[in-house]
Each structure stands twice: as C-alpha cells, then as structure tokens.
Design a protein around this ligand. Structure first.
Ligand code: HEC
Length: 102
C-alpha cells in the first residue's frame, strides 16, 4: 500500500471524532477503519509498520488489545487515552483495517 502519508492531525481531536462517528453495531468494516486509522499513523505508521507494528496481526487480537486498553486492563498511557472514546464499532473497524495490512 503506497498511499501518501498524510500528517496526522492531533490525535486527541481525531479521537474525539472517533467517539462521535462510532454508532452502528456491525462487524468490522475495513474501509471505515481506514478512515478512523489516520490518527494512529503517527505512531503505528500509515502502513501499520511504525514503531509499534500492527500490520500482519489478526483482527481478533487487535480488537482484544484495544478493548483491554480501553478498560485499562492493559496499561499504556497513550493507548489508554486514545481508546477511551472508541466505540465497539470503532474498535471492530480499526481491527479489521489493520488486519488487512501486510
Ligand atoms: C502517540 C502514539 C500512539 C498512537 C497515536 C496510537 N498508538 Fe497504539 N500503541 C502505542 C504504543 C506505544 C503501543 C505499545 C503499548 C505497549 O507497549 O504495551 C501501542 C499499542 C497498540 C496496540 C497493541 C499492539 C500489540 O501488538 O499488542 C494496538 C492494537 C494499537 N496500539 C492500536 C492503535 C490504534 C487503532 C490507534 C489509533 C486509534 C493507535 N494505536 C494510536 C502508541 C500509539
């Protein structure tokens, strides 16, 4: 995937938006996830191969980690803060998207 890397705007603002966008209940939608993942690119890379790589991991695993960060069961300040406003749908979409990256 060779999309031009867009410089992510402030993660916090984008995260607040994510909280608003996530409403419907459905399986993960990788296309919607791609949109929501812009804020993640700062640290995880536009291709999912940043400092903490997400590419190549399974959607189930990724969703599990995001829920764990959200609940505080897994601790990492940045991820705890970023997942606070994610809905279940956001998490499913993000997990579906990153799972498509190789
Ligand atoms: C400010 C930097 C930063 C941003 C932005 C960020 N993350 Fe993270 N993320 C991290 C760090 C650091 C870790 C590693 C945490 C640890 O060591 O436990 C991590 C870990 C993760 C993990 C667990 C990976 C694994 O292998 O267990 C997932 C999944 C994840 N992030 C998803 C996301 C998603 C989705 C977004 C966008 C909504 C996002 N992150 C935005 C810094 C960031």
């Amino acid at each position: 995937m060779n999309k031009q890397t867009k410089i992510a705007t402030l993660g916090i603002a984008a995260c607040l938006m994510l909280g608003i966008l996530g409403t419907a209940q459905a399986a993960g939608d990788a296309v919607a996830g791609h949109d929501k993942a812009k804020t993640c690119a700062t640290c995880h890379g536009a291709d999912g191969k940043g400092n903490v790589p997400l590419a190549g991991k399974k959607a189930d695993y990724l969703a599990q980690q995001l829920h764990a960060f959200k609940s505080g069961a897994r601790k990492q300040d940045m991820m705890n803060m970023l997942t606070k406003n994610l809905s279940d749908q956001d998490i499913a979409d993000l997990a579906a998207y990153f799972a498509t990256l190789k």
